[in-house]
Design a protein around this ligand. Structure first.
Ligand SMILES: C[S@@+](CC[C@H](N)C(=O)[O-])C[C@H]1O[C@@H](n2cnc3c(N)ncnc32)[C@H](O)[C@@H]1O
Length: 236
């Protein structure tokens, strides 16, 4: 099946600005709350430790950065970066509501040109961001550049399972659950995009290759949730 043309960075940014008000509720409903478990796994696999300085790329409304904040504790620091101002405004409100206030800085910027010095971070995460980048190799190179030597990043995203039964389940889930739920909220176009972005997204083996080409010294892709999701763990 031919996939639809890739959207531009501006279109992706506008899409995430538009869906910001419903984004968290949708994730919660569509994953039956499991996305929080997968996000916590990404935080663990990033190797973040108390006192570390960590980066969450494509942080959206802040789920993973907030978990990282808990992991690094009061002596650590977290930066959440995204190019959607609307998502960041929600992330800021969420961290302002927490007590004690986590040491998280929300930063508007581009994952393809990270506004940070080389070798700055002890660990990094990216949740459902890599699939949305218009240039995945460049995104991986940028991530590698800002990590300290030996530091790890955990990249969580959808994955196309190799098992035909799970493939059938994934297609059914997208067509029968995601798209109708989005339609009820007047967001048909916005959520139809998940399916085409998944068609274009490299599988785990290819992600590992791309990570090596970007210069990471080690890369392993872990399929999770029956292969419906995956976490790429890379080491600088
Ligand atoms: C599916 S959301 C994931 C948000 C969050 N990480 C989570 O797991 O809930 C993808 C996010 O990537 C951001 N994004 C996509 N391309 C980007 C880029 N080039 N630079 C910065 N953010 C980007 C979007 O604005 C959006 O907030």
């Amino acid at each position: 099946m031919a996939s639809s043309p890739s959207p531009s960075a501006e279109q992706i940014q506008a899409l995430f600005d538009r869906i910001a008000p419903v984004y968290d509720t949708f994730n919660q409903q569509l994953s039956w709350g499991l996305h929080r478990v997968w996000k916590q796994m990404a935080v663990q696999w990033s190797g973040a430790q108390p006192g570390d300085t960590c980066l969450d790329v494509c942080c959206g409304s802040g789920d993973i950065a907030l978990l990282l904040g808990r992991q690094v504790g009061p002596s650590g620091r977290v930066v959440g970066l995204d190019f959607s101002a609307e998502q960041l405004a929600i992330a800021q409100r969420r961290s302002d509501r927490q007590w004690p206030r986590p040491s998280i800085t929300w930063h508007q910027g581009d994952a393809l040109a990270l506004p940070f010095a080389a070798e700055h971070f002890d660990a990094a995460t990216m949740g459902y961001g890599l699939r949305n980048l218009t240039n995945i190799p460049q995104g991986l190179q940028e991530l590698r550049r800002v990590l300290k030597p030996g530091a790890q990043a955990a990249i969580l995203d959808f994955h196309q399972p190799s098992n035909p039964v799970m493939q059938g389940f994934q297609q059914w889930y997208l067509d029968a659950i995601v798209v109708p739920t989005a339609k009820r909220c007047g967001l048909t176009e916005e959520y139809a995009y998940i399916s085409s972005s998944l068609d274009r997204f490299p599988n785990g083996t290819r992600q590992v290759q791309l990570a090596h080409e970007a210069g990471f010294s080690a890369a392993i892709h872990y399929p999770i949730a029956g292969g419906l999701m995956g976490v790429l763990v890379v080491t600088r």
